[in-house]
Design a protein around this ligand. Structure first.
Ligand code: ADP
Length: 498
């Protein structure tokens, strides 16, 4: 019977080697989300002896604006002397990293196992590639070995078309330089007689192509190289694709942030422009109503009162916009959190709402205990918060309706909870999560029946955040909502009863 043990052992070793290689490459590629760093790691892994062992790798990136591939990085020697220096520099660097890893290991001297050897060598090699990638451009041999090239490959230009054609192919391909007339002259001088192209065209875009050769090396290019490059290219393209997506996302996020700032400053400018004339209109209407310009007949007084009400409403909306824009631009910096008695503040907010709600028959019924303790908050912000929540409770109530307010502490007596409940239209669960977002409204039709800009709860959220409070929102569509404002009780204060 023929003895197959030798061959199967060899096969096993080969598979293990490949597995180690894949592992190193994945480790190195997943160490960064920077596209340039990934390109450098690709170049390093392709030429490293513990990687794919080519002599040189040249990377071309695609610029869609000019439909051009530009070779902007190449790693590897250009003369036999450089080849020797390059190899020894790589080995030196790897040795140095090996020392570092040994000094930081758990206890490799005593517990040294095959598994340890395996992990350590993998780590060492991928660390070498990462560290080489970071040295690109530095003034040392490894740094300057990654050269900046500038070969342009434009499509349909004789003598330059090569990379475009190569990138159209499905996978890595071996080429003989003599059979390729469309390779740019500069590149032709650098490349070995045989080389491989690794095209990487994602479904959405083509972004890079790599050329590798084995110049100054006795080992020829073989079909095995193609097999290894196939999965290498898959891993590399995945890493590049992810990094590009990450960059796109970052870019889109910055664009959105820019737009948001623009919108805030636009709204703030327009609102400031509106506030001054509106305030003087209100001033003049109030003068007329007070009879300062002569006696006004009753029917005209009614009309003037309505004018004043609408102007106040407009000024309020404009103030909301300015407040949100200013908080977003500068944050809330001048609040002084201190012990405050919430009851008079709440009563003042109720009074303001009752003055505004006019003929709407919604009663506000506070059930408050006199021994409610002081809380840690800020008076002016707290009044704004109560005002916005009460305003909504009244606005979204049915007519006739009822809004109740209850105060109580949590079981530990550490927090005071002020619950403002209405019996109004309620909020569907899918919207409840979003009502604190800027301009968000459950009903955002232009012909909706409730007025408002969708800023009251945004202001509430920002003020609560600045003053150390919280808010809880519960709601049942068709039955009503409860908004509970929570603040810490000021230390040393008597506990709340009930
Ligand atoms: P505005 O009330 O000006 O529209 P807010 O930011 O105060 O803006 O509220 C956002 C949205 O949340 C409202 O448009 C409304 O859809 C919903 N909402 C807030 N409070 C209540 C409530 N008590 N009952 C029903 N819906 C409410």
């Amino acid at each position: 019977m023929p003895d197959n043990t030798g061959t199967s052992n060899e096969k096993f070793r080969d598979t293990l080697k490949q597995f180690q290689l894949i592992n190193r490459i994945i480790t190195a590629l997943s160490s960064t989300t920077d596209v340039q760093d990934i390109y450098s790691i690709i170049l390093c892994a392709l030429v490293s002896k513990r990687g794919l062992g080519f002599a040189r790798s040249i990377l071309f990136t695609y610029d869609p604006r000019f439909d051009t591939f530009t070779g902007n990085s190449a790693l590897g020697p250009t003369t036999p002397e450089e080849a020797r220096a390059f190899t020894s520099e790589m080995e030196k660097e790897e040795q140095a990293l090996s020392e570092v890893l040994k000094n930081h290991s758990v206890s490799p001297q005593t517990d040294k196992t095959d598994a340890w050897d395996y992990c350590e060598s993998g780590l060492r090699v991928s660390t070498l590639w990462i560290s080489m990638a970071q040295k690109v451009g530095e003034q040392n041999l490894l740094g300057t070995a990654v050269k900046q090239l500038s070969y342009s490959c434009r499509p349909n230009i004789p003598g330059e078309n090569f990379l475009h054609l190569a990138c159209e192919s499905r996978g890595p391909k071996i080429f003989d330089i003599s059979e390729q007339p469309d390779i740019p002259l500069g590149l032709r001088k650098v490349l070995d007689t045989r080389f491989i192209t690794i095209p990487r065209c994602s479904k959405s875009r083509k972004y890079a192509g790599v050329l590798v050769d084995r110049r100054f090396s006795p080992q020829p290019i073989t079909a095995d190289d193609l097999r290894h490059l196939e999965w290498f290219a898959n891993q590399a393209s995945l890493a590049v694709e992810n990094a590009l997506l990450y960059n796109d996302l970052q870019g889109a996020y910055q664009d959105l942030k820019g737009l948001d700032t623009l919108k805030s400053s636009f709204l703030s400018t327009v609102s400031h422009e509106l506030r001054t004339p509106l305030t003087s209109i209100l001033g003049f209407v109030e003068l007329l109503l007070a009879g300062k310009a002569g006696k006004i007949p009753t029917n005209q007084q009614n009309l003037l009162s309505r004018m004043a009400k609408s102007t106040i409403h407009l000024i309020d909306r404009v103030n909301d916009i300015i407040e949100v824009a200013e908080i977003q631009a500068e944050g809330i910096t001048d609040v002084q959190v201190e012990p405050v008695n919430p009851l008079p503040i709440l009563m003042s907010a109720i009074k303001r709402i009752e003055e505004r709600k006019g003929c709407k028959t919604v009663s506000i019924e506070p059930e408050l205990r006199k021994d409610t303790p002081p809380i840690l908050s800020e008076g002016h912000s707290l009044e704004r918060i109560f005002y916005h929540i009460l305003d909504n409770a009244v606005k979204f109530s049915r007519i006739p309706g009822r809004v109740t307010i209850k105060c109580g502490s949590d079981t530990g007596g550490r927090e005071l909870r002020v619950a403002i409940a209405d019996e109004g239209i309620g909020i569907p669960p899918a919207h409840l999560r979003r009502i604190f977002e800027e301009f968000y409204q459950v009903d955002n039709n232009l012909n909706r029946s409730y007025n408002g800009l969708g800023l009251g709860l945004t202001i509430t959220r920002l003020l609560l955040k600045a003053t150390g409070g919280k808010i809880l929102a519960e709601s049942t569509p068709g039955k009503g909502s409860v908004f509970t404002i929570v603040y810490p009780i000021a230390e040393g204060a008597p506990s709340v009863g009930g």
